[in-house]
Every structure is written in C-alpha cells, then in structure tokens.
Design a binder for this molecule. Structure first.
Ligand code: G4P
Length: 538
C-alpha cells in the first residue's frame, strides 16, 4: 500500500468506534439507540419509539417468527457519524430468549455500551452478556436510564453493578433527584449542571440552562433544597469516590457511568461526547498464521483481513440468501476486491458486499477496520471464517458458547430423514443452535442458549426443508467440551461417561451432563480433563 494510502488508513482507523449496545429488555436500548442515531444524524424516523419499533418490523425483521412474536431475533448493525468519528453500533437482541449470536456479537466489537434501568439495576440477561465482556476484557461504558422515573438511589445502582458485574463504577455525570423531582445531571469533569427539560420525540433539545460550578447562586434558585444535596454528594464523591482512569476503563476493570433519560434525549450528548473521546478505536486481534503461530494482526497492516462472526438467514426472502457478517480487521476493503476464503481455499472478487445502516442495506464501496460488511452466501461461509487478500490467517476468539437448553429432535415423517439431516446441519452452521450426536444411539440433540431458537428451528425446518419435526425433553442440563493432554485419563473418562458423550457439528467431543451435580462430580473425578464452556470455531 502506498504511503499516502497508509496515512488515510491510519486516519480512518483512528476515527472508528465499533461497539455493542447491551441491556435487559425494556431498559431502553431501542430508545437510546434511536437517540444515538438521532444525534449522529443518521436516521430521521417519523414518530415515537413505538412507531419505530412497529415500522422496523416491516423493514428489518426477516423471519415470520419475529413478526408473530413481536420481537426481533436478528442482530442489526448501524453506522453513524458523531464529532468526526464513524460509529458502528451492533445491536444485541433484547429478548429473554436470546441466542448464541448475541454472545458472538460481543466478539466483533472493541467496546460495549451498557444500558441499565435505574429502577431495576442489573438483571439476569445483562449479567450473562457482561460475563462475556469480562472474559474478553471489553471496555464498558454504562448509561443509567429513566431518571425521569422513580428508581433506586444512584449509589445503590452503582453498588449493584459493582457487585454483580465485577466492574468498578465511576460516575462522570451525577443526577439531581429522580422521578418528578429529577432536575438534571452534573457533569463532574466539566463542573457544570445541565437542567433537565422534558424533550420527547425527535427534536434534539439542547439543555436550556447550564450552570457552571457548585457555588453559583442559580443552583439554589433552580434546585432549592436539592442544591445542598448535590453539593454534599459531590463532596462525598470527591472524598470517597475512585477517580476515572482511561487505562482501567480500557482494561475492563472500571466503567464510566452516565445518568439520563433516553426518552427525553437527556444525557445522551454527554454520553456520546465522552464515548467518542475514550472508547477504543479498532484493536489488534489474534490470528493463527500458516505455520500455526498465533500473532496479533494490527488494523493498520496494509493487507486486508476480516472475520465472519455471524450468519443471518433469509435477510431477503425473495432471494433466500444468507448474509455472512464480517468484521474488517486490517487493511482497506474496496468493492470488487479479490478475497481468499481460507477454509475453502477459494478466491473470488467481492462485488456484492453490503454495509449496514439502520434499516437498509446499501452496497459497500470501501470499508475500514472496525467496519462490518455483509457478504451474501449460499451456505459456504461459516462462523469464524477468515478472508484475506493473500496470506493465510485464521482469527481466533470467535467461540461457540455452551448451550443451556436441550431438545431431542423427533421426525414425524421418517421418510424425510435425509432432509432432516441436511436441514439440521445447515441451520446449525448458522450458529444459533448447536447440533449434538450422542456416541450411543441415533439421536439428534439440539442445544441453544435461548429457548426461542427451538421454535425458530422447527418453523425453519418446515418452511425451508419441508420437514415436520417436533421435540422431546432430553434430560440434559449442561454441555461442556472436553479435552485432555493426559491420554490415558481421557480414555478412562471417555469410557466411564460414554453414555453422556456426544459429537458436535464440527466433530468436537462434548459431555452432556444430566444435571449440575453429575458435571461437578465428573470434574472432580477427572481433574486432568478440561470441561470448557466455549470452543473455538473452525
Ligand atoms: P428495550 O429496547 O431495552 O427493550 O427498551 P425500549 O427502548 O423499547 O424501552 C422500553 C420502554 O421504556 C418503552 O416504553 C420506552 O418508551 C420506555 N423508556 C425508554 N427510555 C425511557 C426513559 O428515559 N424514561 C421513561 N420514563 N421511559 C423510557 P413502552 O411503554 O414499552 O413503550 P411506549 O409506549 O412508551 O412507546
């Protein structure tokens, strides 16, 4: 790559922020996303959140299932610009029945934005996603939402986050009151208070009154008794609070916290301004090279490389296509570029890639590290696949996650066995469910991290493969991939637990535990065997 191009590449990398937005359902993720896009000037939607949710179904919810259930199963990618930065926002499906895809989205980002409902604190689904962030040391910014409603005291919400998510909370803004007494938020770094004014809808309303410093008399005029509370809170935070450290944020130990109300556009600007200033630009990613060594691939390396982290089926019903979502890891992608698909060894010109905006797909001309592009696929691309211009690379860190729910597949029409096998294998490749074949017997056992995936699977088997299938309970409560360097011990383990062993779709051996106690006792009995909750794909 010529010198001028490499300067351009560096510039583009520096202005990118690729992040996932995470919350428990109803915490306000959709609302905040909409407001982020609004501040970024990306999408001007008519109507309220409700209208947006309703209209979104028509455009971006591809499966009938989603429409029937009134939820979004798929993951959206949205890009917008703010303060000269290009932000790529990856949504994580916000329903209780979320899928492995939701976890895997977190492997494609450099940081995350956590939305917490101030009245509810941290909820179960959030904790699971944050476990993945912690495992990967992903930096997290926290937005505590719905301050216009009565909620928990700010210190209480932060204590909840600290104890449940294991991150130190450092407030960068501080709320004055809540519910009907919500008066605004004090920016601790700028030392100024923005008074709250209710501004629903799509108009970006600037805070009408900004008061600088705690000594300003207007503080007492506007806040009354709450002025003294704010001064006391600030004194307390200064004396006992932990200072914000960008390094500790970047290593995932500390999370900067913002308070606001997404519905009222309040606190969103402060959040965005800080986010673009300290959230990481695209980071290097580990990959295996041709000789088996693992090295960090830096985004500024001139050769293009990208990794597939998600396959979405039926984005366009008319074409029955699938879309492979690829994160650009290094170099620059240009339309028509010849790329090598290393698992298949095939090389082809990519002229039909797509970039994702909130509600539409548009053709990608160029893409830089951190950007997400969509490659149309007819089933040849798998999760974890790497594409480069020339040299062999296999990115690591795009794992499969141990499922938590299991079903045995029953075929109602035995003449369709072949179609069932094909359907299960292809759908499992998309990665939302996992397929296990027990070593004993002829069963097909499906595993998923959310129950909804089983319904999706049965309806897709019927629609796309003409297979009428149903489920039975399995008596499996957990799955762990097993391996050991101690061959003798492993053989003994495999012999003893043969009844409970199964191969996954990629031929990796898994122990399907009938209950948590059996799992525990197997782990105790065979300390040299590793029982893994994740497995590298490919
Ligand atoms: P989600 O994507 O995380 O599931 O949450 P979503 O944004 O859909 O918000 C869930 C509900 O919370 C919505 O109400 C939304 O209007 C409301 N909400 C979001 N942010 C705020 C906020 O800052 N303050 C208050 N008071 N409410 C907020 P809904 O009743 O489900 O829908 P709607 O009838 O309001 O449209």
């Amino acid at each position: 790559m010529p010198a001028a191009d490499s300067t351009a590449l560096l510039r583009e990398i520096a202005r990118r922020r690729t992040f996932a937005i995470i919350s428990h359902p109803d915490a306000g993720k959709t609302t905040l996303t909409e407001k982020l896009l609004l501040f970024g000037g990306a999408v001007l939607l008519a109507g309220t959140v409700k209208a947006r949710k309703a209209s979104r179904y028509a455009a971006s919810d591809w499966m009938d299932m989603e429409k029937k259930r009134g939820i979004s199963v798929s993951t959206s990618v949205m890009s917008f610009t703010y303060a000269g930065c290009e932000l790529n926002l990856l949504d994580t499906p916000g329903h209780q029945d979320f899928s492995e895809d939701t976890y895997r989205v977190l492997t494609a980002v450099d940081s995350a934005l956590l939305v917490v409902d101030s009245a509810k604190g941290v909820e179960a689904q959030t904790k699971k996603l944050m476990d993945v962030c912690r495992m990967r040391k992903t930096p997290v910014v926290t937005f505590i939402n719905k301050l216009d409603r009565q909620g928990l005291a700010p210190l209480e919400v932060m204590a909840d986050i600290e104890s449940r998510l294991g991150m130190e909370c450092v407030p960068l803004t501080w709320p004055v009151g809540m519910g009907s007494g919500f008066k605004g938020a004090y920016d601790l770094r700028k030392g100024e208070l923005r008074l709250f004014s209710s501004a629903r809808g799509e108009k970006i309303q600037e805070a009408l009154v900004v008061i600088r410093g705690l000594d300003d008399e207007r503080l007492d005029t506007y806040l009354g008794d709450q002025a003294e509370d704010l001064r006391a809170d600030m004194e307390l935070l200064q004396a006992a609070g932990t200072p914000f450290s960008v390094e500790r944020y970047l290593s995932g130990e500390q999370t900067p916290v913002f308070f606001g109300s997404a519905l009222n556009n309040f606190g969103v600007r402060e959040l965005l301004e800080s986010f673009v200033s300290f959230a990481p630009a695209p980071l290097p990613r580990p990959a295996r090279t041709e000789n088996g060594e693992v090295r960090l691939v830096r985004p500024e390396e001139p050769e293009f490389s990208g990794v597939v982290f998600k396959i979405q089926a039926n984005m366009d019903r008319a074409h029955r296509d699938r879309m492979a979502f690829m994160r650009v890891c290094s170099g620059c992608f240009t339309r028509g570029m010849r790329l090598k698909h290393h698992r298949s060894g095939r090389e082809s010109a990519v002229s039909n890639a797509a970039v994702f905006m909130a509600r539409e797909r548009s053709g990608a001309e160029t893409a830089y590290p951190g950007d997400i592009i969509g490659l149309p696929s007819h089933g040849t691309i798998k999760i974890g696949d790497t594409f480069t211009e020339k040299n062999f690379l296999k990115f690591t860190g795009i794992p499969s996650f141990a499922p938590e729910y299991f079903r045995r597949v029953r075929l109602r029409n035995p003449l369709k066995t072949k179609q069932l096998q094909k359907g299960l294998a292809q759908l499992a490749e998309e990665g939302a469910v996992q397929l296990f074949r027990p070593l004993e017997g002829n069963d097909y056992i499906l595993g998923a991290v959310g129950l909804l995936q089983f319904e999706v699977m049965v309806s897709r088997l019927a629609e796309e493969y003409g297979v009428d299938a149903s489920y039975e309970e399995t008596g499996v409560s957990a799955a762990r991939w097993v391996q050991s360097a101690d061959r003798a011990a492993f053989a003994e383990f495999a012999d003893y637990y043969r009844q409970d062993l199964a191969m996954d779709a990629e031929g990796a051996l898994a122990y399907l535990a009938p209950n948590p106690w059996k799992l525990e006792s197997a782990e105790e009995r065979y300390p040299s065997v590793e029982f893994r909750v994740t497995r590298e794909t490919g």
